[in-house]
Write a protein that binds this ligand. Structure first.
Ligand code: NAD
Ligand code: ZN
Length: 582
């Protein structure tokens, strides 16, 4: 099995209701009986859900001609194929055979012949008496024949036939063939059909976008990056109002020089206005200014603006090209690298949105110079997030240089700031790359993002995203300490660092335990039923927790509160330990 299939289930029908089941975990197979095909279906669904082990991404039923087979799985894996035994055998044939013939007497002795070439999409199945095999072979100019049959006469008959090389199917050829079939179909694009005349579409959409780093200021007349990305296409520039005050004059000159057609829309971007109404306003402007299908929306601002404009870009004309110019540290290290666009809705953070890759993100770290300290701290919270799950060096560097990075607005020490920024972007992109559309709900980058959406929403979006992430990381680490996954010293280190960055909440701003418990339920709804709370044992060593008791949340919250009130995190956590009898 190869990297595109996480795990594979092959069920091969034997006589009657007997099936032999092979999975990546039990490659030698296990005998099982299902009298009702629905039970087999249930069994496969359970495996596909990932609840009982690694998620199964492909299920192949190799059925006998006579069997009844269910066609649809409720919680579908990425690929379900129903093959006849002959089709599975045909797939086991070596690539160098051209057209070839497969003869299979089947588990029940009902013979199937199949003629196919490796390049042929659909195998043709002939339910003819087996002696016709050699005639068919002649007809199609077949050179090779793969035979699975007990019949002596057939062997002799075929072996005597002119120009036909007869190969006896090896033991295991059925299962190997089914596996090869699955791989080929996972890779292939096109429309094909199965035995039940279902039509299956498989199309692969390549996702590629650059995160570019400018040499000069992004709107400088000599800086070509944005102009080159956009080309001569019409532009709607959507910008954060604060950024417009600071840089509006520069981009207007830049646009006049570089874009034949352009318009701008200034948005008061703040978390409470990160709503569908704002998306609608951007789309209305795009419509009013006749932005064509080949037009480009350029978003200039922090995470709020970039997310909102991104949703508009995804929806306007079913998607127009989107270029992000992030102007906050959160925007630069986190928003810029991914493909998620979302707005808040119905009392929930980021409830409405789309996975919509940008044409490009254009990163210019000079923007951080005008940010308030709080916005630098929020960016550092996202940097600490990725550092703690992936990279000890970055965590150590942020810890060592926190004060200077804050005072200098993330410009000094220059080499350290650049290295931290580059590593954060790269590591985030590495994490996203293999799971861009979040088909796997266990994501390391969700560290700090399990309690935080509810913390933000419960505060009426008064608590900034970065602060909520910081508090979440601290709560998660306290839970890890109580479980002896992490040492209290780690909590201490993180607490001190977040405190220095002014990212902690006072007790009255910390949400109640009930809110935090609901956050876990919400996270499960968002993650296909699994909690996947990310905790770390030490920087760079993450793990997932699936069951967290309310009592643990209570203790974690107390741990954070008491650490804050006494400003002695480690002792307090040890006290907590003592209370819990650990
Ligand atoms: N899509 C994603 O993958 C992703 C990732 C991380 C965060 N987010 C989202 O990003 C949002 C947080 O983004 P944020 O922290 O950038 O907040 P933000 O967009 O609200 O910006 C913070 C403040 O900084 C101001 N500002 C922006 N650029 C400035 C500049 N150069 N100089 C001075 N002031 C400037 C803004 O006007 C705003 O008042 C959250 O809604 C979060 O959900 C999205
Ligand atoms: Zn975040």
């Amino acid at each position: 099995v190869d990297r595109i299939i996480d795990s594979l289930l092959i069920a091969v029908q034997g006589v009657g209701t007997q099936w032999r089941v092979f999975t990546s975990e039990s490659p030698t197979g296990a005998e099982a009986t299902w009298h009702d095909p629905a039970d087999l279906l249930k069994f496969a669904e359970e495996l596909c859900s990932g609840r009982t082990g690694p998620r199964i991404s492909a299920v192949i039923f190799v059925r006998d001609q006579t069997s009844e087979m269910p066609t649809v799985l409720g919680r579908a894996p990425r690929l379900i194929c129903i093959l006849s035994r002959a089709q599975a055998l045909a797939s086991s044939a070596p690539r160098e055979w051209g057209n070839f013939l497969v003869i299979d007497d089947g588990a029940t002795g009902s013979p199937t012949l199949i003629v196919r070439g490796c390049a042929t999409l659909m195998a043709q199945t002939y339910e003819l008496p087996t002696p016709h095999g050699s005639e068919i072979a002649r007809c199609f100019g077949v050179r090779d024949c793969l035979l699975q049959s007990e019949s002596e006469t057939l062997h002799i008959q075929l072996a005597g036939s002119m120009n036909l090389r007869v190969h006896i199917a090896e033991p295991g050829a059925l299962v190997r063939g089914a596996g090869k079939f699955a791989l080929a179909h996972m890779d292939r694009t096109g429309v094909w059909t199965d035995d039940r005349r279902s039509l299956i579409m498989r199309s692969v959409h390549k996702v590629e976008y650059p995160v570019l780093h400018t040499v000069g200021p992004v709107f400088d007349f000599s800086e070509r990056t944005l102009a080159d990305v956009v080309g001569q296409r019409p532009v709607l520039l959507v910008a954060d109002a604060t950024v417009a005050r600071l840089h509006g004059a520069a981009w207007r000159t830049y646009a006049e020089q570089n874009f034949p057609t352009w318009h701008e829309l200034i948005v008061q971007a703040c978390e409470t206005s990160k709503t569908w109404d704002e998306v609608d306003r951007i789309c209305a402007t795009a419509a009013d200014r006749n932005l064509p299908r080949n037009g480009v929306i350029v978003g200039v601002g922090g995470g709020v603006l970039l997310d909102t404009a991104g949703v508009a870009a995804a929806f306007f004309r079913r998607g127009v090209d989107y270029v992000r110019v992030p102007t906050t540290l959160v925007g630069l290290v986190d928003v810029a690298v991914g493909i998620k666009q979302a707005v808040n809705g119905y009392g929930k953070k980021n409830l409405l949105g789309a996975f919509y890759p940008p044409l490009a993100s254009i990163n210019d770290y000079r923007f951080t110079l005008t940010l308030p300290r709080s916005a630098i701290a929020c960016g550092l919270a996202e940097i600490i997030k990725i550092a703690l799950v992936r990279d000890q060096w970055t965590f150590d560097a942020v810890e060592r240089h926190a004060a200077e990075l804050m005072d200098s607005r993330f410009t000094r020490p220059a080499d350290v700031a650049q290295e931290i920024a580059f590593r954060s972007e790269l590591l985030m992109m590495e994490e996203l790359c293999t799971n861009l559309y979040e088909t796997n709900h266990a994501r390391l980058v969700d560290f700090g993002h399990t309690f935080s959406p509810s913390i933000e929403a419960a505060s009426g979006y008064q608590i900034p995203h970065g602060v909520a992430v910081a508090v979440d990381m601290l709560l998660s680490t306290a839970i890890a300490v109580y479980r002896s996954i992490a040492e209290p010293e780690l909590f201490e280190r993180l607490y001190r660092l977040l405190d220095r960055l002014d990212l902690l909440l006072c007790e009255q701003d910390l949400p109640e335990v009930s809110v935090l418990a609901c956050a876990l339920e919400d996270a499960k709804r968002h993650r296909g039923g699994a909690l996947n709370l990310v905790v770390i044992s030490k920087p760079g060593c993450p793990t997932f927790l699936q069951d967290v008791q309310t009592s643990e949340i209570t203790s974690a919250r107390q741990g954070v509160v008491r650490a804050r009130s006494s400003n002695n995190a480690i002792l307090d956590l040890r006290d907590q330990y003592a209370c819990l009898g650990i």
